[in-house]
Design a binder for this molecule. Structure first.
Ligand code: AMP
Ligand code: MG
Length: 404
């Protein structure tokens, strides 16, 4: 049975970025660019005014004096003539600097009177001018392949004349629940049945990392139903199933997947919750068989599927950073397995405090709602005391950390 780290390595070593596609800039947000962007021109394209004011020759403003206004350049226009000695051209922010001018005196430092302007402060050479190429030089690489596109990158792309960009493709991720006890979401719960929450929570996880979920619904506990749904699921880029992989079950999930050509990479992992997690490949396509228990399926999604999907989407950093927190309770665990403890975080005096989010029994879903991180308790240790340092990673991005 692989350890947590081995299992995750096996998963990541067996997935690779998908191909790329051209998309519009808003569609590219949060995705990974698959090309280098080289500036086709200087930014700014020409020397231009950084403030509204007067384009002058700085030598004419030493000491400050009155200059004759000979023209006006609004943004978008170009001055008709150079700035003559002893003269000024009124200029708006962004307008190209007229010839022979080497400074812009802002309105605040000038007083206009008829066709004259009195300069109150001495103008320094180059002041309030944005120089051509001072931001970006033509032929400079402004965005390298591998970068995640945010608002700032879209701004640079537009400035470089782009409206489309090549990004890594999003995987289509088929999600299949299995079990005769399951009811479709929206049905009324009756004794002996369970609402299929995994389809939706796993789809939410898939969407949360930027991939496209395809909910296949429920495969019933018979061969034909599994075969039909799994055949459909294997048309996607990734297949995730839940339930039907624990010990003692008929284990239809692995049986039918094997029949469909899935090569198993591992089937148990030394972790809790989530030990009955199976990972395999069908013609190179990753297949994750997660445990049925909703908490275990969400945790194994987070630890194995999410990093794999991120890698397939071209991300370089696929693991959430582990940060140190101070455990606030005593915790005991079994030896030999990594334990994922659902914790609530608070920050106090520059330190993170990790409180148990509630009953850690895998059957308790509510604790998952109260948790904003998982503490990853190492396999070799069996007991932790209040005050011990543990490593945690967030499961909710927007968790607010309040100082008590
Ligand atoms: P299994 O892995 O089939 O033994 O299922 C473990 C537990 O998870 C059982 O209590 C199931 O009823 C429950 N379960 C299985 N599939 C789902 C699902 N899709 N949604 C919610 N609970 C599930
Ligand atoms: Mg079952």
């Amino acid at each position: 049975m692989p350890s947590f780290e081995e299992a995750r390595r096996l998963v990541l070593n067996n997935v690779a970025p998908l191909g790329s596609e051209r998309v519009g800039l808003l569609e590219s947000l949060g995705r990974v660019i698959a090309e280098d962007i080289v500036a086709p021109w200087n930014l700014p394209a020409c020397d231009n005014a950084a403030m509204d004011g007067y384009a002058v020759r700085s030598a004419d403003c030493q000491p400050p004096r009155s200059l004759r206004i000979t023209g006006f350049v609004p943004a978008g226009a170009v001055a008709a003539a150079p700035v003559e000695a002893g003269c000024a051209i009124k200029i708006m922010t962004g307008a190209p600097i007229p010839e022979a001018c080497d400074a812009v005196v802002p309105f605040e430092d000038a007083e206009e009177c008829g066709d004259q302007v009195r300069i109150a402060a001495p103008g320094k050479r180059g002041q309030n001018i944005r120089f051509a190429g001072e931001d970006v030089r033509r032929d400079e690489t402004v965005i390298s392949a591998g970068k995640v596109i945010r608002a700032a990158e879209t701004s640079m792309l537009v400035s470089c004349g782009k409206t489309l960009v090549t990004v890594y493709r999003k995987p289509m991720v088929a999600i299949l629940s299995t079990g005769d006890e399951l009811l479709e979401p929206g049905e009324t719960l009756v004794s002996g049945k369970v609402l299929d929450s995994n389809s939706v929570s796993l789809a939410a996880g898939v969407r949360g990392c930027g991939a496209t979920p395809v909910i296949l619904g429920i495969a019933r506990d018979n061969h034909a139903s599994h075969l039909e749904k799994m055949t459909e699921g294997l048309r996607a880029d990734v297949l995730i199933t839940s339930a039907g992989v624990s010990a003692g079950e008929r284990d239809l999930v692995r049986e039918v997947l094997a029949e469909l050509g899935m090569k198993q990479v591992f089937r148990w992992v030394d972790i809790g919750p989530g030990a009955p997690t199976c990972f395999g490949l069908k013609d190179g396509k990753p297949v994750f068989c997660l445990p049925g228990n909703p908490v275990a399926s969400m945790i194994t999604f987070e630890e194995f599927v999410r990093p794999a999907l991120l890698k397939m989407m071209g991300h370089r950093r696929v693991l959430k950073p582990l940060v140190r927190a101070i455990l606030q309770q005593e915790v005991r665990k079994k030896p030999g397995k990594v334990k994922f403890l659902r914790v609530r975080l608070e920050s106090a005096g520059g330190k993170l405090l990790a409180y148990s989010a509630g009953d850690q029994n895998t059957g308790i879903l509510k604790t998952m709602l109260l948790a904003d991180a998982l503490a990853v308790l190492p396999a070799e240790r069996v007991s932790f005391s209040a005050g011990d340092e543990v490593e945690v990673h967030r499961i909710s991005e927007d968790a607010e950390l309040l100082e008590p």
